[in-house]
Design a protein around this ligand. Sequence first.
Ligand code: GDP
Ligand code: MG
Length: 360
Amino acid sequence: MKAIIAMLRLLRETDWRLKLNEFRLLCETVGYEIVEEVIQTKPAPFSATLFGRGKLEEIAKIAEEKQVDVILIWNSLSPIQRFNIEQTIKRSVMDRNDVILEIFNKHATDAVSKLQIELAQLRRQLPYLKLWVKLRKTGERPYTRAGGEYAWKWTWRDVRRRISLIREKIETLRKQKLQYIKRRKEEGFKFVCLVGYFNAGKSSLFNALARTQKAQVDSKPFTTLASKFVSIPELKNVLLVDTIGFAAGLDPRIIKSFAINLDEMRNADMLLWVVDVSDEYDIFAFRTRAAAEVLSELKLFEKPHIVVANKIDKDIPDIEKKIEFIGMWTNAPIIKVSAKTGKGLDELKRKINEFLLKST
Ligand SMILES: Nc1nc2c(ncn2[C@@H]2O[C@H](COP(=O)(O)OP(=O)(O)O)[C@@H](O)[C@H]2O)c(=O)[nH]1
Ligand SMILES: [Mg+2]
């Protein structure tokens, strides 16, 4: 599928290049062939169309010439923006949240993840669908690839019904999961949950600490969706949890839809915040800030935690500056490790033990 990437860049935005590069990577992960990149710089977005009229027409022209299937927009779109852009460009439109959900969809193999993803998609679709019903001309259909398949045959009332059905199902599964955690805790187990940006190396650490291959490691983003639990040989009664990663600028409603994963983070006895310190400084800062903002929003910094500076087998430029940057968010100890070579893992295990002893 051919696609154009587009972004409305605000004048004050200095990290737009990082955002766009990461977005391109995510789009390519879904399988889109990017044929053109269009950027418009403005002091503020146009509220009804995001881009200016002229820019939209330019995108429409490129789409026509290059036979593009879909327009991938970095900015989060409001329902009216999506509607207007689709009407002008006559192509399906996806924003970064749609792209991430599409990646989730590709990687989801378990029922819980699938339900959570469907919930997130429907929740995003509902306001768009309401708007569409209001504005549509008879006989027309929305460009629904981005909005999801339901819009073709479902009214928003159907969607609402489906949402409450899924929510009930998730609630049941959620209770079961919480029961499981509670039971294990009563048996004396401690939960240690890996958190952090996608690709930081959470699944690799999970495998290295537990000497297993249970977690799938991949250079592609968001391979891990469903959580995995494993015990660590040297640490008695500890269950290590690998779960979904964070991304910059994710719609809070998407985060909320992953209630079961969030429960696991919230109910953990301690967290290991995994940070890839091998990234170039700008990218490191961009990703570390994004992860820290999620952790702070979810009040997870209030939990006992250790920062795991991963990938030290690689060249690490600006390490002191990076450590300082992490220190702006937390006073937690920072342990340098390599999930790949095993360096630093003994110290990490000692530290985990120390923390868990302190908290009992
Ligand atoms: N060189 C190096 N690469 C690593 C290390 N840990 C993870 N990786 C790589 O980083 C990528 C993402 O790893 P993964 O564990 O799937 O990250 P996750 O998304 O946080 O679970 C994979 O290509 C891993 O091989 C490490 O310590 N050193
Ligand atoms: Mg993973």
